[in-house]
Design a protein around this ligand. Structure first.
Ligand code: 0O2
Length: 211
């Protein structure tokens, strides 16, 4: 059993903090070049201890295998305006030398049975500790704003129903997922028009709400 969770999770917190800065930096660099930024905003978290314990039971992960078998203790989320941005971000991540991609799961072209859509990337990321370098796993989820809206709502309902949704609710969530997907497709259709408008806007006024 992990005896000191605070000690165990400290390097993961460092990885999340570093990766948030790096990914937000990508957005800033696009803005600096006056180009459409494929990243709208970035969030990150270290998985809470209760969720780690619950997932260890559910996935039959032994104590000694936690670091190798639980890929999302460090989690980053990148939100994008358009589906096309997701694939641009994925390509940019593939080219980086400060992380190694171990696995990619495309839940966009094939959604999960729940209706969930996102692109998941599992990376190996080295953190520099006073005791030396430690390579950790982290999961980066890349999704549109619409996918994020659906996943956030579904996640909170999941918490209430523990995955056992009433049939009616489950059907509504499926329909909402399809509606979100249609919205993404509609936005992709008028992407060039939107981006032109956004370029005009950002020349005129700096966007005070950007992160
Ligand atoms: P959190 O941190 O609260 O979001 P599993 O965890 O067993 O479902 P696996 O194979 O370990 O799946 O990893 P996978 O498939 O990459 O998914 C893990 C994470 O993806 C989840 O983390 C969610 O963040 C997200 N996710 C996957 N499926 C769904 C879904 O149907 N609905 C929503 N809202 N999110 C999903 P956790 O563990 O839920 O924790």
């Amino acid at each position: 059993m992990v005896e000191d969770w605070r000690h165990f999770l400290l390097p993961y917190q460092q990885a999340v903090d570093e990766l948030k800065i790096k990914l937000r930096g990508m957005r800033k660099q696009f803005q600096d070049l006056n180009q459409h930024a494929p990243i709208e905003f970035v969030t990150g978290r270290v998985k809470p201890v209760d969720s780690i314990k619950e997932k260890m039971v559910r996935r039959h992960i032994e104590d000694g295998r936690l670091e190798q078998d639980m890929q999302d203790i460090a989690g980053l989320r990148i939100m994008c305006q358009f589906v096309e941005d997701i694939y641009q971000v994925v390509n940019l991540l593939r080219q980086r030398s400060d992380m190694t991609i171990l696995e990619e799961r495309d839940y966009i072209s094939s959604a999960k049975p729940s209706g969930y859509r996102s692109y998941h990337i599992v990376i190996e990321y080295p953190v520099q500790l006073v005791t030396g370098e430690k390579k950790l796993l982290a999961e980066i989820q890349v999704r549109t704003l619409a996918m994020n809206f659906w996943a956030t709502i579904e996640h909170s309902l999941n918490y209430k129903y523990q995955g056992a949704f009433p049939e009616e609710l489950s059907a509504r969530l499926q329909r909402a997922a399809e509606a979100a997907f249609k919205l993404d497709n509609e936005m992709s259709e008028i992407r060039e028009e939107i981006q032109e408008a956004q370029n005009l806007f950002s020349y005129g006024k700096s966007n005070a709400w950007s992160s």
